[in-house]
Design a protein around this ligand. Structure first.
Ligand SMILES: [Zn+2]
Length: 349
């Protein structure tokens, strides 16, 4: 019986294929003495080996199909047997070296194994679906309508419908580090991936926080840290398992500039801006992502943000993100308080 490991499509899902072939060969080597057998058992050697079909080192681009060439078990004389080989689950959705592990059990019950190295190289051109980074602001309760109600406010019931939808449809919520890898062509994200971000700080989304827990939907709160006299004031939010605090700057969420909407960030010196960003990182306990106040940024702002150690920065410009996009000028999908669930679904797809 010829054993063939079926081809797998890499790049999208975990892949597992295990084979059980017919009975193992009966022609066992009986020449060895008891002592020899004991020695063999101790040293873990087997008269059988797994031989890889195809190259033992393979290189594929991220997102390109990978067909595994399979493996067979051979005896000491080099004869192919029909002993089944299983290939352990593997995942080629990230760039780097991956070891594919093949295992089989010889007729004496010893486990034998072999490995193939698959190197996945970065690739930005595999036709990504696009990642929505949602931009929300404030959450309110219909029983207590804010006086200055505008489209930046979403009613808590509307938000709950959206979170419930994401939960029930098994959406994936990448970390900012994973977002950066996705942009760099080093990671494939599931098609149903989404980032939820809420600008201006956790005080404005108190009503949403229990919902993040209820529907297990991680979210980022972009915090203006100068609104808090002491960083311990942020502890209850920082310690929430579904909420990540990231910088909306310390004290640059104010006017005074002449660029864009007039935010101060582009008008400050690099030293002033860096000091501001560093303080905000300390308060947030994170420094992976930044939201530019009012969406105002210049090439110099981008450099400052990178120098402060951030992996990503988001703007208020509309659109989904794709591999190859500038990680320090990411577009977002604006969430409006008046949107229906159908509109939400269409916006994120
Ligand atoms: Zn803001």
């Amino acid at each position: 019986m010829v054993l063939i490991l079926a081809a797998g499509m890499a790049g999208i899902f975990l892949w597992k294929r295990s084979h059980t072939a017919g009975s193992p060969p009966t022609s066992e080597n009986k020449g060895g003495s008891k002592d020899t057998k004991k020695k063999d058992a101790q040293s873990g050697t087997s008269d059988y080996t797994i031989e890889l079909q195809g190259d033992s080192e393979v290189t594929v681009r991220l997102g390109d199909p990978y067909e595994d060439a399979g493996a067979v078990v051979k005896d000491r004389q080099g004869n192919r047997t029909d002993i089944s080989v299983s290939l352990e689950e593997y995942d080629l959705n990230t760039a780097g070296e991956h070891q594919l592990v093949y295992k089989a059990t010889d007729p004496k019950g010893k486990e034998i194994s072999a490995q193939r190295t698959v190197t996945v190289t970065p690739n930005k051109e595999y036709g990504a679906k696009g990642l929505p980074i949602c931009m929300y602001h404030y959450v309110y309760d219909a029983n207590s309508v804010p006086e200055n109600l505008n489209s930046n406010y979403i009613e808590v019931g509307t938000l709950e419908e959206e979170l419930k939808y994401l939960h029930e449809n098994d959406y994936y919520f990448p970390t900012w580090k994973e977002v950066r890898e996705y942009l760099d062509g080093e990671r494939i994200l599931p098609d149903k991936s989404i980032v939820l971000s809420f600008d201006d700080g956790p005080l404005y989304i108190e009503l949403a926080i229990p919902l993040f827990e209820k529907y297990q939907t991680p979210a980022t709160s972009f915090v203006i840290t100068s609104y808090y006299n002491d960083k311990s004031m942020l502890d209850p939010y920082r310690n929430n398992q579904y909420l990540t605090l990231e910088s909306h700057t310390d004290n640059m969420h104010r006017g005074g500039g002449t660029y864009g909407h007039g935010g101060i960030f582009p008008a400050l010196s690099k030293e002033e801006a860096l000091a501001d960003l560093k303080k905000s990182i300390e308060y947030c306990g994170n420094g992976d992502a930044l939201a530019y106040p009012f969406g105002d940024y210049t090439a110099e702002c981008e450099q400052t943000v990178e120098e402060a150690g951030f992996l990503c920065a988001v703007t208020t410009e509309p659109g989904k993100c794709y591999p190859g996009d500038d990680p320090y000028a990411l577009t977002r999908v604006r969430m409006l308080g008046s949107q229906s669930l159908d509109q939400f679904i269409s916006e994120i797809n």
